[in-house]
Ligand binder design. Sequence first.
Ligand code: PMP
Length: 302
Amino acid sequence: LTAAERWIFMNGEYKRKEEALVSVFDHGFLYGDGVFEGIRAYEGNVFKLKEHIKRLYDSAKSIMLTIPYTQEEMEKLVCETVRKNNLQNAYIRLVVSRGIGDLGLDPRNCSTPNVVIIADQVRLFSKELYEKGISVITVPSRRNIPDALDAKIKSLNYLNNILVRIEANIAGVSEAIMLNSQGYVAEGSGDNIFIVKNNVLYTPPSYVGCLEGVTRNTIIELARKKGYVVKEEPFTRHDVYVADEVFLTGTAAEVIGIVKVDERVIGEGVPGKVTKELKQEFEKIASVEGVQAYADEKFGVV
Ligand code: PMP
């Protein structure tokens, strides 16, 4: 199927890309009122499907949005959308918005949530950048504080992240790192950050203000299995500058090394040993673990 021929799941039906349209009165469009997930399938296996669906439902619960499917039904719908598009390797975007309402903010005027599943192919960085590593900057924009909007909620409200992305674009770098309001390192615009110092891995705890990334949690697990000590504790920009290695994790980004931060060269200026080892481990399990999207061909539309 070409990109234009992709089938998009919309509220119980499959529609072609040009017909998969949302009302201008949808509160996802008007206010960013909704939640979403990004999930990958590798060789027909949907990676950490249950974890992503759980996070989607937790985010929805937090904003008091009731998704009209059970988590199990949603898992099946994700697999079905992958199958329907005949994809083996896919990036899946699952969006649940508050649905159509009036021009006021009040979500009580939105009758039904809008549930959309898109399965496509996305690569965030070029192959070359995965080999050479990327340059990043830390930006003036701070991560939204958790008592305003908790970063654990994967909401449609991504303006904070987009501002950061704009700052990265202006600086001509691939990604940018946000600090929280106290100056601790939080995360990238769409990925989590790790640093390695003396063979110990550090990643910010979620209370600093980052999403609890599924890839992040997978890397923590893999690193510990390999015998590394992993600490979830706050660190500063300085700690990043003097780290032996720095890397990002995310569903879209996967695992990518950072070789320069605010013009400071990290380590030897190439992706480090631990980064490469964990990237390899991740690739090994990503294509074999996961829910087989083609296992239940008979499953119909819920
Ligand atoms: N932080 C932010 C802000 C993100 O949007 C993402 C991508 N979902 C991540 C981190 C990485 O999370 P995950 O590994 O679950 O994709």
